[in-house]
Every structure is written in structure tokens, then in C-alpha cells.
Write a protein that binds this ligand. Structure first.
Ligand code: 5AD
Length: 334
């Protein structure tokens, strides 16, 4: 069995491309041995692109005035959930730009409750709605949500501050993640790969930080420029798009070996830079795919980065576990 406790030096060697063939072979073997080769589906519903934050890399940042802002109605969200259930997706993810108004909190709570009542336990409910207060996280949990995705974006406080406006801190972000864990959510996190100012050393630290945080799930993908953002204007990534895809595959493979029993997503951003990105991610250790089930008229408006695909996914060729919530093995063993 490959080493699970990898040193930073070893991680850096793999990330630098010491031996991809061996790395990918080992990570696939660990995945098959520990969690099997099934792929779980989560129907992704992009509830709203209204955002109070101004992250320097993100296309739907508050200051981007060319975004046509929308908010789905409760009925539109529930219709999308019905589509997910009909297609035997085991879970749905409600994602949105960060909003903290009382109206938004009620809106989400109500939808989560409706899903819970209507599909009692049949469909897993994951939220990806940014940083919130403990009482908001708790209300949504009580309404029936049981997983939450909150990427740390980068585990380096210095890099974090370079890609966010002043006033946003990694410490605050990590505190939210810890709050979610304390509330007994299954928590997913992750980082962007190939950001401006980012080095291999940062990425090795990111992997070690995810181990330390003891996350249940991970979503990480390449940084993709969006030309209406300050970061794209300010500084270029040191890595070409193809290098970012390769780095993402190495990160997925290494995390699979370091945390064999978590769920790891094959992300849309990887698919955006490489038409086979998702399949390649699954081949090296990912076990979750999140098909977009946002009503199609809204999909182009949820544009986090350029070229974000809004096409329906082809699921042929994967060993999909239909009608299955697909909680991570790690969370089940808690
Ligand atoms: N490139 C890649 N990923 C991005 N995200 C936001 N903007 C970009 C970008 N330009 C990711 C962030 C966020 C997730 C919802 O989308 O990591 O957490």
C-alpha cells in the first residue's frame, strides 16, 4: 500500500512530475481498494448569482456590473430537484453567490425543509452558500441539510490575501469550516490550482492543510481567468492551462492517497480547460461528478470563469451509483 503519511518533500516531488504514471496507478488502486470504483452524482443547482463578495478572481463578484443577476424561485429550485430525483441522482447541491439577508436565509431554509419533507432521506442535500453565521448554518442544518462545501481557496494566508480584497481573511474562512464541522455537517473544502502568485510549495501545503482539517469531501480545480476580474488584469498564472490541468490531476491523485476514504469531485473547471478533464480526474481517484441541473436559461449567467461549460454531461463510461446518497466513507466512520 502506498504511503499515506507523505512528507512535504515527497509531495513536492510528485507535484513536480517526478513520475506521473506511477502516481496515477497508485492513486487509482487506492481508490478502488478503499472506496471502490463507483461514481456518485450530485445535481448542481445554481440558485442565484447575486453575491456580496468581491473575490478578485471570480466572474460573479459584486463589482462586475456586466453580470445579469438572477435568483431562482422556490418553485424553480424544487422543479430542478425533481429532475435530479427522476434521473436517480443521489444528492443535490444548492450553490449561490454569498448572500446573508434574512430573506435569503429564510428562502434557503424553506427550500431545504421542502426537499426534506418531500423526499424524506431519498436525496442528499448539500449547500454551497459561502460564509454564514453559526446560527444560519444551524438553521439550515435543522431544516435537513447535511453537507456543506466551503473551499478554503488557498491554505496560505499570504496568497489568500493577494486574491481577495482587504478585510477577507483565511482565518475567518477556516473558522467557518470549523463551525460547520462542530454542527456535524459533512464538510467539503478545496483550493484553486494555478493561481497567480501560487507555487508548487503552496499546493503541497494545501494538501497537508486538508489532512489537518480532516475534511470529508474535496473539490479542487484549475484557476481559469475571467477577463472581467482584477486578478486576470493584474497578474498571469505561472502555469499554462495544460499545466494547471496536470497539476490538478496530481493534486487529486495525492489527496486520494493521503485521505483514501473521502469523496473527491471531478470539477467543472478541469473540464473547462480539458474536454476530458472530468474523465481523467475520475481515472486518477475522483469519485464524485456534479452535473449542472440549473434551468438552462440561467446557466450562462452563473459564469465564475471564462468558457465555463453549460452543456449537459455525458455520463456514459462511468460506473455510476444511481439512487444513492453517496456519503463519504470517512463521514460514515465518524
Ligand atoms: N477559476 C476557477 N475557479 C473559480 N472559482 C471562482 N472563480 C474561479 C476562477 N476564476 C471557484 C472558487 C469557488 C468555487 C465556487 O468556484 O474556488 O469556491
Amino acid at each position: 500500500m502506498p504511503t499515506l503519511n507523505m512528507t512535504k518533500k515527497e509531495i513536492i516531488e510528485w507535484l513536480s512530475g517526478a513520475d506521473d504514471a506511477t502516481l496515477f496507478e497508485r492513486s487509482a488502486a487506492v481508490r478502488d481498494a478503499v472506496v471502490g470504483d463507483s461514481v456518485y452524482l450530485r445535481g448542481l443547482i445554481e440558485v442565484s448569482n447575486v453575491c456580496r463578495k468581491d473575490c478578485l478572481y471570480c466572474g460573479i463578484r459584486k463589482s462586475n456590473l456586466s453580470v445579469d443577476r438572477y435568483e431562482l424561485t422556490t418553485e424553480q429550485v424544487l422543479d430542478a430537484v425533481a429532475v435530479a430525483v427522476e434521473q436517480k441522482f443521489g444528492s443535490v447541491v444548492l450553490q449561490s453567490g454569498e448572500q446573508t439577508s434574512a430573506m435569503f436565509i429564510d428562502f434557503i431554509e424553506n427550500i431545504v425543509r421542502e426537499i426534506t419533507v418531500k423526499y424524506d432521506g431519498v436525496v442528499g442535500i448539500t449547500l454551497s452558500l459561502g460564509e454564514q453565521t453559526e446560527s444560519t448554518f444551524a438553521r439550515w442544518k435543522n431544516a435537513g441539510a447535511h453537507r456543506y462545501l466551503l473551499r478554503m481557496e488557498s491554505s496560505s494566508a499570504d496568497l489568500y490575501s493577494k486574491i481577495h480584497p482587504s478585510g477577507y481573511s483565511l482565518r475567518q474562512r477556516l473558522r467557518s469550516i470549523e463551525t460547520l464541522q462542530r454542527l456535524n455537517y459533512q464538510v467539503g473544502s478545496g483550493v484553486m490550482i494555478g493561481l497567480p502568485f501560487q507555487t508548487i510549495d503552496h499546493l503541497a501545503d494545501d494538501l497537508l492543510a486538508m489532512v489537518r482539517l480532516d475534511i470529508d469531501m474535496c473539490g479542487m480545480g484549475p484557476y481559469v481567468e475571467h477577463n472581467q476580474t482584477p486578478l486576470a488584469e493584474l497578474c498571469r498564472s505561472a502555469f499554462s492551462p495544460a499545466e494547471r490541468v496536470l497539476l490538478t490531476l496530481r493534486m487529486v491523485a495525492l489527496l486520494r492517497m493521503m485521505m483514501p476514504d473521502i469523496n473527491i469531485a471531478a470539477t467543472t473547471a478541469t473540464e473547462t480547460l480539458d474536454p476530458l478533464g472530468r474523465a481523467k480526474s475520475v481515472a486518477v481517484g475522483a469519485n464524485v461528478i456534479m452535473p449542472n441541473i440549473t434551468p438552462s436559461v440561467f446557466r450562462d449567467k452563473y459564469c465564475l470563469y471564462e468558457g465555463k461549460t453549460s452543456a449537459d454531461l455525458d455520463l456514459k463510461g462511468y460506473n455510476i451509483a444511481y439512487s444513492c446518497r453517496g456519503d463519504s466513507k470517512r463521514s460514515r466512520s465518524r
